[in-house]
Design a protein around this ligand. Sequence first.
Ligand code: SIN
Length: 522
Amino acid sequence: MGEPCLSDRPVIVGAGLAGLMTALHLNASAPCPVTVLSSAPLGTEASSAWAQGGVAASVGPDDASSMHVADTLAAGAGLCDALAAGRILQGAASAIAHLAALGTRFDRDEAGELKLGLEAAHGRRRIVHAEGDATGREIMRAVIAAVHACPAITVLEGVDARRLLLRDGRITGVLAGRRNPDGRDEAIRLASTQVVIATGGIGGLYAQSTNPSTCFGGGLALAARAGAVLSDLEFVQFHPTALDAPGTPAALVSEAVRGEGARLVDETGRRFMADVPGRELAPRDVVSRAIWAERQAGHQPYLDARGLIEGGFATRFPTIAAACHAHGIDPDREPIPVRTVEHYHMGGIAVDEAGRSTVPGLWACGEAARTGLHGANRLASNSLLEAMVCARSVADSLLSSRLLAAEPVEGQALPPSELPRRPDPAPLRETVSAMVGVLRARAGLVAGIEALLPIARGCSAQADPALVALMIAVAALARRESRGGHYRTDWDETDPWQASSRSLTMADALRLATRAIARDPA
Ligand code: SIN
């Protein structure tokens, strides 16, 4: 590890849209040297690049930010922070303009106006998209090109953060690991008083998810071990319509397909959402549970998109068409088999309006952060927008606190043997899926907590994934009601007295887990 390094540039952990936009905003008006840690080659392991539907933005002539806020609050089932929602959603038009200026080729009509799609629980067509259903890929192409063109941004590929370094409760740096060609991990220590967590979601904890399998909530584990407060952890969103075909991660069949009129049917052609308010475009948790229930009852759910798109399905949804064709399914001729899979985590590192966590020197943005926008259930396509708007707030906050900063500090010097092992969530996936899936209940939560607690306390490659899963389970056990993405079969009503967000530290979670096991051993 050598001598402590005194360089003090911001370190961004994660290179999806939130992380890269933070780096670009830091350099918007003057060069600001910044280091971005990317565990994989840029763009290859980021959920942002896989986003299909698009970016929700109230830019249509019949729309207004206040309408977008109202739909977001309704989906959030009483747990959104209305001020945060107003602030973030108001930034939509300028975020879209910024991306267009970076070179993102959004889909437009002949007059040059943005084409707007519809998704579930949106009262208006307001989904801005690119290359049909390849919105994330096109946005990330433009953003990555801008990052490469900015000499002040250093991207360290193949490097993943393993611990945050602290002194007197303040961030002093990041201890990271890099896999050498011989397969061994090398420790890298980056001294910095400003660290941003932008590591994305938790889908890698589940057997079936639309996220890259490396996204297991690593940033949540880093922040929790540093003493940060995490909020709304029990709220996990499941996407109702992933392609039901072998392989993981699951291919998404965007909600935009239902926005174009596709119907959910079973193997007999019965439209099982026909009597549910909102039908196929009901809130995502409602549709997810309906599909889950159909499968439990022995039915095969399908999405029937035949004859919807003039010129053929692939003209509007080329990515989904390719995924279907790869499994021998022709969406123009046959219904698409679908299943419910993990998709998005509403909870995360609790941050204020500037993206500051409760640990001095630690910021968070993107899916890893809990801003209050999503509440108990995220409105479709609000997350790319949140990532862009909050990246700007984080960059502004970093820049203004740099002006006030004292001298660069020394980080802790750790011997190489203390580099934690490269995390591997795979052995935990069946446990996590059974414990905090679409449906939860006390017995399953306590059994999962009992299995995870010793692992989270240990130092194996499963320690960090187990800690994140444990904290989600403890939060789910404490919420004795059903709301949004959190559905308890043993507490299946929404309780108006529980309409508030809840927070946990790692110490709280370990204490509550121990108590739950003692009270109710599996
Ligand atoms: C989709 O395209 O259905 C996903 C959009 C989202 O999750 O925001």
